[in-house]
Design a binder for this molecule. Structure first.
Ligand code: NZQ
Ligand code: ZN
Length: 388
């Protein structure tokens, strides 16, 4: 392992089917006013809202509600939340939902007392907060993003055609997160499998960089194998607790910063996926799935030995009698076959992308150079065309 790194993670996790009971313990550490943030209403339909509000009331908290966080939260919604949090001088932000709700809560946490324009400061200029930060806790209901144990916060600005993620430092990461796998059982299949692919993409985007022998890569391979196994069980039996709990745990480790230690990482699939999201508002995991196979085929020659390792270590491809390239390509084929089995979207046309949108999507794509190959704008267009 040749890279240098700093590692810390302040988020306390409570995991399991009775983990919500620990919320009352956590609430003791914060003042009286709680901003309860949630999405479009799934938590009211599946009963999680009633359970959470019951615990908040029992703890004597004043609840300020902020519903309606949309998938891919917008900058306008961010400003609404910031004003509400400031006006009520809230002591804790409790996000109950998926990645969008938790990402949004982090954005509100650093925007409520910010005297500058948060979109410009945090997302466009990628600066760190210098104002008061409101603590965030979460109750996770959708698995995929890892937002429950990281500093990530992705905000969409449709006016500017941009969807930008900011990774905030330890001060903004959830102080605690409650992970109850049964809370994810009510997810529609489309969202469930989009989350599965999001996890795989996070793993691959940290895996496909560097050539040194690195413990992080072995951890990553283990997580990928577990995800492949459990996802195939979960698509057949969505209420299989063992499979869904493994996937929940894998998702958290896939993006809680540990497996990136000592790695350069290649986040180009997320950069293109976010650009597609900015122009279509499509489901995050599906935007990644729809471009991955053309992307990985494109960069494979530049990182051949790692793609060969991926094929044998993750997909059990037999290397005997085959060239390095043949083995590597069989790994990508196995990935595509698994994607078809779990049922993700594999072309951007299905997400609402038309050929006349490709130039604008390429303009919204941030180009990174930490993977095996730095894409040019023309290559982005080529990959988008191959993904149509
Ligand atoms: O809004 P509600 O009604 O709650 O419905 C949501 C939403 O429609 C629904 N849902 C969530 N839990 C449910 C449920 N429906 C039924 N039962 C449940 N238990 O699922 C839909 C999608 O939810 P959302 O939170 O948008 O999904 P996800 O967790 O995939 O989050 C996506 C956002 O996270 C960002 C993405 O860019 C996107 O904006 N990301 C955040 C990252 C991070 N913090 O590090 C990294 C990721 O790569 C990603 O970029
Ligand atoms: Zn993602």
């Amino acid at each position: 392992m040749l890279g240098n790194f700093k590692y810390s993670n302040p988020t306390k996790l409570y995991f399991g089917h009775d983990s919500l009971k620990f919320l009352s313990e956590e609430l003791c550490s914060y003042g009286p006013t709680v901003l309860l943030i949630y999405g479009g209403g799934s938590i009211k339909r599946n009963g999680i809202y009633d359970q959470v509000v019951g615990i908040l009331k029992e703890a004597g908290k004043d609840i300020v509600e902020l519903p309606g966080v949309m998938p891919n939260p917008t900058v306008e919604k961010l400003m609404e939340g910031a004003r509400l949090a400031r006006a009520n001088n809230v002591d804790l932000i409790l996000a109950v939902g998926g990645g969008s709700t938790i990402d949004y809560a982090k954005g509100v946490s650093v925007s409520a007392w910010c005297e500058e324009d948060p979109w410009e400061k945090y997302y466009k200029r990628q600066e760190n907060p210098t104002c008061r930060i409101i603590p965030v806790g979460s109750v996770l209901t959708m698995v995929g993003t890892g937002s429950e144990m990281n500093g990530g916060s992705v905000i969409t600005n449709h006016g500017e055609g941009l969807k930008i993620g900011k990774v905030f430092d330890d001060r903004v990461m959830p102080r605690f997160s409650i992970l109850n796998p049964t809370f994810t059982f009510s997810l529609p299949r489309y969202q469930m499998v989009a989350g599965f692919y999001d996890i795989m993409s996070h793993l691959m985007e940290q895996y496909f960089s560097n050539d040194d022998d690195n413990t992080s890569d072995y951890l990553c391979e283990g997580l990928m194998r577990s995800l492949v196994h459990s996802s195939l069980v979960a698509v057949k039996e969505p209420e299989n607790y063992e499979a869904r709990s493994n996937i929940m745990w894998t998702a958290t480790w896939a993006l809680n910063t540990m497996i990136k230690c000592g790695k350069k990482q290649d986040w180009m699939v997320h950069m293109m996926g976010q650009a597609i999201g900015a122009h279509t508002d499509a489901t995050h995991g599906m935007t990644l799935a729809a471009i991955s196979i053309p992307y990985y085929r494109h960069v494979l020659p530049y990182g051949l030995s790692k793609f060969r390792r991926f094929a044998t270590a993750v997909w059990n491809v037999c290397p005997e009698g085959k060239t390095e390239e043949q083995v590597a390509l069989e790994g990508i084929q196995a990935l595509a076959e698994w994607m078809r089995q779990i049922g993700v979207v594999m072309n951007i046309g299905e997400l609402g992308v038309r050929p006349d949108m490709l130039e604008a999507i390429a303009d919204s794509t941030i180009l990174l150079d930490s993977g095996y190959h730095r894409l040019s704008r023309a290559e982005v267009i080529q990959i988008l065309k191959e993904s149509l």
